[in-house]
Ligand binder design. Structure first.
Ligand code: SAH
Length: 395
């Protein structure tokens, strides 16, 4: 295995189990690793620190082991086994009730560069590093071996791998094939998941618990689910007894998915309507529709994908939330989220609070939300905490 020796004092973050080595910390690379190769990281005195996948870019190594042990198929197998046993102990694998969950959450499961979501008997796997791409077949086999419910593994990495890497990833089944009657169940509700054409792995598993909380607030309320995508929040609101539910998304495909999911759970329910429209346009035209909502969900896509975009993103969050505060009925409840990793909890709160102050509404925090336990945060890699939400009561 090729060794990478760090500059003096650059071992400290690895000794605290931070799983990345930045290229600036490297003193010497012995040999010529290819992107994706396993490399051994040594301190300046040549003591062992970690083993990881080499990559070209500002993050040079993503650590898979802090122990000097063989990183072979048995190793990957044990990692998947651990990930599954955690999900089982979280109560996420319940026949006829819940078979939709995140099996592997990158650094949170000490598998940097790997995401796996499970839907019924199919796992959808996404590699974000060439190292994980190279071992995709071994990982797929480890998944089928350790997760008794899973028979098919679909690989979806054409858009997630570094674009300049010397590989041509192809999406497709690594094991098994498309299940005709796949039924993804989340808390007893059915969802169509389209990983072939959908965003990410096809479904936003990370909102499961926040949707369940919304259900408890829905009774008798008129609900607006803005940025609905597959209609997750809408279906929970209907089950919670909402008086009406309106779902809005600017993507026609998303609106179709929402309608399909509502139909699967509440066939011909006249309480639900969906709108293929831009969020701001819709919120600005509410007075024309003579419609006011007393429960609004704002779950937009990440407004900032990198640091340079933070300022504009915060303006965007403020503008969007201000619209909701302007429109929401007295005694209304706002579920508002940000999934931008580069925006901190504090920055997001500040953007929302200044929107509230501007609208001159009296607002109270009922809940502060985050990502669920199947998206664990490695305490040595706080960057993994990305989903932030607030539930607010608007007087
Ligand atoms: N709340 C969803 C996830 C939302 S993902 C869930 O629980 O699954 C973000 C969604 O916002 C996408 O479906 C995207 O099509 C939609 N979107 C992006 N820009 C938009 C805009 N300007 N107006 C309305 N929808 C938009």
């Amino acid at each position: 295995m090729i060794s990478i020796q760090l500059k003096p004092k650059k071992e400290e973050s690895l000794q605290r189990f931070h799983p990345w080595v930045f290229s600036g910390a490297i003193q010497r690379i012995e040999g010529k690793p290819a992107e994706g190769d396993l490399v051994e990281v040594l301190d300046n005195n040549r003591n062992f620190l970690a083993i990881g996948h080499y990559q070209i870019g500002s993050i040079a190594v993503r650590v898979v082991s802090f122990e000097n042990i063989p990183v072979d198929n048995d190793f990957w197998n044990r990692k998947i086994q651990q990930a599954y046993s955690l999900r089982k102990s979280l109560g996420l694998v319940v026949p006829h009730q819940n078979n939709t969950y995140r099996l592997v959450h990158g650094e949170g499961d000490s598998l940097p560069g790997l995401i796996v979501d499970v839907y019924d008997d199919t796992a959808v796997m996404q590699a974000h590093s060439v190292g994980m791409h190279e071992i995709r077949q071994a990982l797929a086999e480890a998944i089928v071996k350790n997760v008794p419910e899973v028979r098919n593994v679909y690989y979806k990495s054409e858009t997630t791998l570094p674009f300049n890497a010397p590989i041509t990833p192809e999406d497709g089944y690594l094991i098994g094939k498309e299940t005709a009657d796949l039924s993804a169940l989340e808390n007893g509700l059915t969802f169509h998941v389209d990983w072939l054409r959908g965003q990410k792995t096809g479904f936003f598993v990370d909102q499961r618990e926040n949707r369940a909380l919304l259900e408890r607030y829905s009774s008798g309320r008129s609900v607006l689910n803005m940025f609905c995508y597959t209609g997750g929040f809408s279906v929970y609101a209907l089950r919670g007894g909402a008086g009406l539910v309106h779902s809005v998304d600017s993507s026609t495909k998303a609106v179709e998915l929402t309608d399909k999911n509502v139909q699967a759970n509440f066939p011909n329910d006249t309480r639900h309507k969906s709108f293929d429209e831009d969020a701001f346009k819709y919120l600005n035209s509410l007075h024309l529709r003579d419609q006011q909502y007393d429960l609004i969900i704002l779950d937009p896509p990440a407004f900032a994908k990198h640091r340079e975009a933070i300022r504009n993103a915060l303006k965007g969050y403020k503008r969007l939330n201000a619209k909701a505060f302007e429109q929401i009925a007295p005694g209304g409840i706002l579920f508002t989220f940000s999934c931008s990793q580069v925006i901190t909890k504090e920055q997001f709160r500040l953007a929302v609070f200044s929107a509230a102050a501007e609208s001159k509404r009296n607002v109270r925090i009922l809940h502060q939300l985050s990502q669920p336990a199947d998206h664990p945060i490695n305490i040595y890699h706080p960057e993994g905490e990305y989903l932030k939400g607030l539930v607010l009561w608007v007087e």
